[in-house]
Design a protein around this ligand. Structure first.
Ligand SMILES: N[C@@H](CCC(=O)N[C@@H](CS)C(=O)NCC(=O)O)C(=O)O
Length: 267
């Protein structure tokens, strides 16, 4: 039996759900609401001491770390294979996953919280908001979260985090200009790992960055991923339209301030 502790909008949860669905694996869902701090519940912390989602439990074995979880799933349930068979192809997938874990994933909450849930969080009683921030185990992440909730796109961390997203989109564009997928000859672990971050930009109304006129190969890849049955089940089946609307309205409102930060040609 597979159980998944996850949150609808979490990038790392989407990544794991995409792989579970692609492999046709059923799972028992336990939603952990990150916005109300359920990741800090002592019972959950016993499963995931990092106080983050996702956590996968397979036949009683607890697995954390989304990249390790999806590799585990690909090993434990090899059909369909989601990594190339050859060493260089596997290296390329690992390289994307490392880059995501070490760079892109750190930028994601900065961009997200500066735009999406910020307004709602600022309406919460300050002591509730502060208690949830204080419960985050990593002091650097705590300070950054405070800064972006307080200052939004004007937070000193914002422009650099946006730049990480732009670098990733450009790297994807140049690779996708050569091939349809980032994981070999079919949708695989690198694609499933990147999609949630690209989707995050869409959910934050940064559509101009994903437009076919700017990044045509990326736009085609997004359309290919969205046409997969696993996408509908793993993503659309979970993300509430009202929350997408809340995220998009935060992004739209801030776009005039964001747009100059996205220009890289000096214009
Ligand atoms: N390296 C971890 C990172 C997990 C992570 O950061 N999850 C986020 C959601 S995508 C989370 O649970 N954040 C909790 C919080 O913001 O307090 C993994 O890949 O599983």
């Amino acid at each position: 039996m597979i159980e998944l502790y996850h949150f609808a909008f979490s990038t790392c949860s989407q990544k794991v759900r995409l792989v579970l669905e692609e492999k046709g694996l059923e799972f028992v869902s336990h939603e952990v609401n990150l916005l109300t701090g359920e990741q800090h519940d002592p019972e959950y912390v016993k499963l995931n001491p990092m106080q983050v989602v996702p956590t996968l439990v397979h036949d009683g074995e607890v697995l954390i770390e989304s990249s390790l979880i999806i590799k585990y799933l690909d090993d434990a349930f090899p059909q369909p294979p989601m990594r190339p068979a050859d060493a260089l192809g596997r290296y390329a997938v690992d390289h994307w996953m490392k880059r995501i874990d070490e760079v892109l994933h750190r930028a994601a909450p900065i961009v997200t919280f500066a735009l999406g849930p910020r307004k709602g969080l600022l309406e919460q009683p300050a002591e509730v908001r502060e208690a949830n921030i204080e419960a985050m185990p990593d002091p650097v992440a705590r300070a950054t979260r405070r800064s972006v909730i307080e200052h939004g796109v004007k937070a000193p961390e914002f422009a650099g985090a946006l730049g990480v997203f732009l670098d990733t989109l450009d790297a994807m564009e140049s690779e996708l200009a050569e091939r349809a997928w980032l994981s070999g000859d079919r949708f695989g672990l690198a694609d499933a790992s990147l999609l949630p971050y690209v989707l995050r930009l869409e959910h934050l109304a940064m559509d101009p960055l994903l437009d076919r006129s700017v990044r045509p190969a990326l736009a085609d890849w997004i359309a290919r991923v969205k046409a997969l049955p696993s996408y509908a089940r793993a993503v659309e089946g979970w993300v509430a339209p009202a929350v997408v609307e809340m995220m998009r309205s935060g992004g739209k409102e801030a776009w005039p301030e964001i747009e100059p930060l996205t220009r890289r040609d000096g214009s």
